[in-house]
Design a binder for this molecule. Sequence first.
Ligand SMILES: [Zn+2]
Length: 302
Amino acid sequence: MSRIQTELIDLQFLGYPLAIAAYLLDDGVEAALVEVGPTSTAETLLRAVQARGVPLERLRHLIVTHIHLDHAGALGWLLQRLPHATAYVHPVGAPHMVDPSRLISSASRLYGEMMERLWGEVVPVPQERLRVVRDGERITVAGRTLLAVDTPGHARHHHVYLDEATGVLFAGDVAGVRMPGAAYVRPPTPPPELDIEAWQASLAKLRALPIRQLALTHFGIYDDVERHLNELETRLLDWAAFTRNLVEQGVSDSELIQHLRTYGDEEMRQLGVEPTNYELGAGYELIALGFARYWRKKLGLS
Ligand SMILES: [Zn+2]
């Protein structure tokens, strides 16, 4: 009987459930994590790994879909505590894990005073502990093969990983944000790398893969793959059109945030969806700022 397992770990971000997930893969010989969360939840992560009967020495592979701090911020810190582990990162993201100064300054522009409380310290990843993963590469970890697929749109440094034996797709943020028990899918569109055309092309790539389940970082595992991806794309394009119109009218960032919040919350209310948890995975503020930057650049307004 196979001992190969995939388990969701809730990182209890800021004390809240259902905000950030990591996935623990274990075959009894070695273990891997897909997504590691920020340093602020790294102690919680390691306790949860051990609580599942996996000794920390077994944890050899730390794979991140992209380098946003809620997915990868803990990499450097974890490598210090896990001397036999290797980090797996997209080629565009890798230099910014080795020298996180630009990652930190970019995040500081968005999060300001909240940086430390939200994410904790961002420890540099030693070059020799990092493996750059290419588009289409297969990596063998914890008794399975994961296919890396370059999927820009949410960020340029984004991979999804398909577990080819089970059809589970570790989707990062390119497949959107969804809460357990709800069908509603929200597009996380933060600045500065939102690219709607690239995102649509990435969704077309996903539709061509033999995916049986979507394992989202925000949050959980879902079976209705086609419906989910269609809903994400529809809302991404709808919100893109909604924000474009407002940006063309010259609204301020704060007005755009308020308009999108009203629009999105009304839609959720009509659908009977509880909006609270969606704010932790993808808040209106960053979504609106991402669209604002995208449109101002695209329309030559900045
Ligand atoms: Zn992200």
